[in-house]
Design a protein around this ligand. Sequence first.
Ligand code: AHR
Length: 506
Amino acid sequence: MLLSLLSAVALSAAPITMTLEPSADAPMIQKEIYGQFAEHLGGCIYGGIWVGPESSIPNTDGYRNDVLQAMRELQIPVLRWPGGCFADEYHWMDGIGPRSERPRMVNNNWGGTVEDNSFGTNEFFNLCEMLGIEPYLSGNVGSGTVAELAQWVEYITAEDGPMARLRKQNGREKPWHLKYLGVGNESWGCGGNFTPDYYANVYRRYQTYCRNFNGNHLYKIASGASDYDYNWTEVMMKNAGHHMDGISLHYYTVTGWSGSKGAATNFTEDDYYWTLGKCLEVGDVVKKHCDIMDKYDPKGRVGLLVDEWGTWWDEEPGTVPGHLYQQNTMRDAMVAALSLNTFHNFTKRVKMTNIAQFANVLQAMLLTKDDQMVLTPTYYVFKMYVPHQDAQFVPFQIDSPMRDVRDNRQVPIVSATASVKDGVYTISLANTDLKEAQTVQIPLGTLIKKPSVSGEILTASDMAVYNDFGKAEAVTLKPFTSAKVDKNGLLTVTLPALSIVTLSVK
Ligand code: AHR
């Protein structure tokens, strides 16, 4: 762990020092760390991304124009689809061909909603191609067959043969590109309730028949553990490690799986700090899974992909049960910043993460209501962190005091991360304290001659502030002007309470 933190101390107003220690050996922050997840769940696909070409909502070939624009601005590197739990009940052949002839289906996982299959393989791959997004396909293992998954890969990537002919009949001549292939989802739960020993064998079998056609090269991902289930990773690495390129991990910031999870917009200061402690625990969890992977794969060939993470609150009152629609406040923004800061510390092994989910579900980037769209505080964190994509991680020391929070966890007063690309340093700082401004000093003299600094800030007057339909944005990015460099190259940054800042230094 590159972050050095003091043990719990009384909060002090003394400046916090952050020392950058760039190293040629530091890992790259693979852009896929900024991945998104779009499941057939509530309004994520239907109404969120897809309205169909006949819709009165402005769209391009059926994709909402406002959402396309938001996707472009986030420079989404990778998009996971079609689930989630949905993936293990999805039969892809129902989602190809003329839309009017596609069968309807019941989304048994998510509210029993009937879907018309109008968003299927062609619609997903065309979207990714249009936006330069790497598709991440989640295959059906739970209720599907080996042949069904093998044929899906063939339909998408083969130049010739029966599945390629079917694709061509459906109007797509050239194969698409497919790198990331998930073999099942949560196979310990909604994806089949397998034991790890049994799933390891099933995984080995399925992946055998998912072929590399015509120069396309699959990166095969085994369904991984939930949170603290280290035995799953152990058994999978031992029994199937040689057959995979990556294994997933799901970690939600959630109070528990039974009973109320708490309201997204109505919570106490104690809840706020607890949330940050829980989200930061992903660092310990990732480390423990990495330690197991190191045992079986010391060279680090197999990636750990945190392909579902984020906050999970109670559904908003009055919304469709099972659609997981929740609002998104400055608390969620803080979770996004602290989680991304943490993932940066593990990019030797963590090659992708996918926040759940892109639109209208859980910790979403955006919410839609008919023709309106709202960008959430979490969206703005992802936007301000874009410069970290494919940049080199910059190791650092920071002497932030720690706050003790509920459940024996600790939260740094200031959480930070840094990266460098093309000689430009990007430094992100989050002041988690709800009341006090914090001063951070960063000596730059030895790194950059005559540094110049610009920045952006996301902050709000209250932890529960959110953006809502029909109202001016309450949380949005603003230029940050409280960063000054003195003649010795000492950068002094004054962070308001409850704020997230990204600085660009060159
Ligand atoms: O993201 C919502 C659900 O959470 C996913 O479908 C599932 O994989 C996880 O349990």
